[in-house]
Design a protein around this ligand. Sequence first.
Ligand SMILES: *[C@@H]1O[C@H](CO)[C@@H](O)[C@H](O)[C@H]1NC(C)=O
Ligand SMILES: *[C@@H]1O[C@H](CO)[C@@H](O)[C@H](O)[C@H]1NC(C)=O
Length: 406
Amino acid sequence: MLSRIASRAASTHAPRGLSAILQKNPDDVVITFAKRTPVGRARKGQLKDVSVDEMLHALFKASLQETKIDPAKIDDICVGTCHPPSPLYASRAAALAAGIPSHVPISTVNRLCSSGLMAIRNVAHSIKAGETTLGLAAGVESMSLNPRPTPEVSASVAENPEAHDCLQPMGWTSEMVAETYKVSRQKQDEYALISHTRANESIAKGIFKDEIIPISIRGNIFSTDDTVRPGVTMESLSGLKSVFPNWGEASTTAGNASGVGDGAALCILTTRANAEQEGMDIVAKWVGSAIVGVEPKYMGIAPVYAIPKLLSQVGLTKEDVDLYEINEAFASQFAYCVEELGIPIEKINPNGGSIAVTHPLGMTGVRQVVTGLAELKRKDQKLLVTSMCIGSGMGAAGIFVNEARR
Ligand SMILES: *[C@@H]1O[C@H](CO)[C@@H](O)[C@H](O)[C@H]1NC(C)=O
Ligand SMILES: *[C@@H]1O[C@H](CO)[C@@H](O)[C@H](O)[C@H]1NC(C)=O
């Protein structure tokens, strides 16, 4: 399967090889701003009553204020979001209320857990195509107010076994991966603990201050995450009961599945020529992305295909990459992906991932880019690859070059 996917990664005009990727050309797509809101624990945390439009509105306002870009010069906006009803109306209203003039269009994109990365990709592609000079890519989700709706399809469609599988709850796919790929129980809890420990440390050190833009909602300022639990140990993890007792190994718990949270994130993209002309700081260069499909039952293994496909497309090896931000949907699939890809864990999610930080679906694809770029800047390193598995059986990956100076 890997060779089939990799051999189809045909790309004739994308940059290939390290020196081409690091080159600076006027028509490069660059990121001039990459920030996120703090995240809130779903149903209990600081953003539990904040709707998607309110969150977006606050993020747009804060970002415009900080960057001082002229909103009239924005050519297009794309928002990745999965579950709110009427996502386009909510996004359009939020942009207008934030002072973005009505001549600036907006769209939404939903490819589940990759939606935020797809928003970045959509804006980047339209810049590459010459249709957009300056664009905003956002990701947002309120898991509190808009939890996953149960997907419904007609009985005749669901008769197809893969169609049936693609509708199942994500916890079921976690158990399928744990069972089929024999990821040891001990190992899964170890990976979960790494995420909790790293995120706890990063919070304590104030690491996330670099990437968070405080937002103001109904007179309250939100500037720190309330999701990371400080006291997680191997003992407390192994004491948790399974949340999906009816499936497979029944090994997924609240301690080793991604946390449930609310939040939003945003990137501003433009051409290098325009960024220079307008005096905008360049944070990163967008290089490319890759999408794959896998058997829906094993949704969680998709980064094992998405990352090599992307690397082969851009002519890099996994060793060329300094930092990986890979979504931790579940400890089971994350552990499998890390070991199957053969990437040292030191290079992956150094500040923890969704298991500890939580996973607001539409936000995560942008958050991982924001978090990864801030980390590259701190370490003065170059290449970020981000990836995630996607409900219904897909995976995505994206690659970026850090250009921010320490
Ligand atoms: C979390 O961080 C705090 C502050 O550094 C530390 O005292 C505590 O031991 C950490 N907890 C765990 C479980 O690692
Ligand atoms: C989650 O934690 C439980 C309890 O420690 C463990 O038995 C299981 O293997 C872990 N499962 C996953 C999917 O990480």
